[in-house]
Write a protein that binds this ligand. Structure first.
Ligand SMILES: [Zn+2]
Length: 125
């Protein structure tokens, strides 16, 4: 991975929280992800990525225990990364996404993706 940490960090710093999605799936995620997955948060942080500002989340439906699984959590990073990049953090696998919405970025970037993430339902869905 050849991530431009400074550029990535700057992107997240100026990324307005108001421009993020505020649906309850995203609120559930953003309010808990850092405390529930501190090792993933600090790994992302070491790359300049703010875990509380996801690019795209793919939540499943909550189970009978009110746990919500996200089968994909995607983040923009600047620089380049091999398509077969893999990094394991506990039960969480980090890789490079191949499917994602067009972020409209002209510079070199890639989309990091990790899964699975399981969180409590705090905001009713
Ligand atoms: Zn949302």
């Amino acid at each position: 991975m050849n991530v431009d940490i400074r550029k990535t960090h700057n992107y997240y710093e100026v990324l307005d929280s108001e421009s993020l999605c505020h649906c309850n799936y995203c609120k559930n995620y953003c309010s808990q992800i850092k405390s529930a997955y501190p090792a993933v948060a600090s790994y992302l942080s070491s790359l300049g990525i703010d875990i509380e500002k996801p690019f795209e989340l793919s939540p499943l439906e909550p189970d009978e225990n009110d746990m919500l699984e996200y089968c994909s959590c995607q983040y923009i990073a600047f620089g380049r990364c091999a398509e077969d990049f893999r990094h394991i953090i506990g039960q969480v696998e980090v890789c490079v996404a191949s499917n994602y919405p067009n972020p409209g970025i002209a510079e070199d970037f890639f989309v990091l993706e990790f899964f699975p993430i399981r969180l409590k339902v705090l905001y009713p869905l």
